[in-house]
Ligand binder design. Structure first.
Ligand code: B12
Length: 221
């Protein structure tokens, strides 16, 4: 997989979605699963693009082209999973000011592969609107991605507001900052943090049955 990273990075920077897609499909044909491809090729390629950008070796325009190409590719290959009201509900979003949503887009795929009924709101969602959505839709879990230190205080506020309107909700937090900072306010029983999609996949494999049981209990009461 490692040897694909520079080729995949180059294709993204050229806006060559056809080559990007070919690299993905040939990996899948040689029995690499999509989770491994996201972790071992997509993520390191985007981190590499961040480094090139930081060192002024590529421009903001180059980085935007790579991001747009990746989004185009992901939209074309994501599988339309069946949505059932009988599956646990997961709400995914980035709080206001947070534009780094690509990791959360991949997170949404992992939830769907595990048969969750998800609502993916993407980047920059105002706290009050996220809270209103939780109140109306009553998800079993919210999944939030955090990439910028500037989003930390709003994240804290958002979690407090969500727990006020739905105290039994499970909160799952991931994103670049989780690997860089030990955020004490996230050390709570209702909150789980994740460094990558593999950890999320293991968590969902272990806990989805329990979420389903709780859901059915609520319906029958
Ligand atoms: C693409 C990109 C952008 C795009 C984002 C587009 C989009 N729709 O996402 C745009 C152009 C909008 C952008 C803007 C900015 N960016 Co930017 N960006 C990046 C870049 C190159 C890649 C990010 C990415 O997609 N990574 C790939 C994904 C797959 O990785 P990931 O997010 O970590 O997600 C993985 C895990 O964390 C996990 N995960 C993520 N979320 C969740 C959630 C849950 C629940 C779970 C379970 C798991 C999980 O799953 C993924 C797979 O493992 C990074 C470089 C880097 N090193 O990350 C810089 C980077 C993050 N950006 C940076 C900066 C500085 C900015 C700007 C301030 C630039 C500017 N001056 O305007 C703005 C800020 C915007 C804002 N307010 O948020 C800096 C941050 C530095 C810092 N100290 O914090 C970086 C590190 C670049 C750099 N090297 O300097 N950026």
């Amino acid at each position: 997989m490692k040897q694909l990273v520079p080729i995949f990075t180059k294709a993204l920077l050229k806006g060559d979605v056809q080559s990007v897609t070919k690299l993905y499909t040939s990996s899948i044909q040689s029995k690499v699963d999509s989770l491994t491809f996201y972790e071992s090729v997509v993520k390191p390629a985007m981190y590499r693009i961040g480094d090139l950008w930081e060192k002024n070796q590529i421009t903001v325009a180059d980085e935007h082209l790579a991001t747009a190409s990746l989004k185009y590719f992901l939209a074309s290959m994501f599988t339309p999973y069946e949505v059932s009201e009988r599956h646990p509900k997961g709400l995914l979003f980035c709080i206001e000011g947070e534009q780094h949503s690509l990791g959360l887009e991949l997170t949404n795929e992992i939830f769907k592969e595990q048969h969750w009924n998800t609502r993916y709101l993407g980047a920059n969602v105002p706290v009050k609107d996220a809270v209103t959505f939780v109140q109306a839709w009553k998800p079993q879990a919210v999944a939030i991605s955090i990439g910028m230190t500037t989003s930390i205080s709003l994240l804290k506020k958002c979690l407090e507001e969500i727990e006020k309107v739905q105290p039994d909700i499970k909160i799952l937090i991931g994103g670049r900052l989780i690997s860089h900072y030990g955020l004490d306010f996230l050390k709570k029983e209702s909150i789980t943090t994740f460094h990558d999609l593999r950890e999320l996949n293991d968590y969902l494999e272990e806990h989805t049955g329990k979420f389903l049981e709780l859901m059915e209990e609520k319906i029958s009461n």
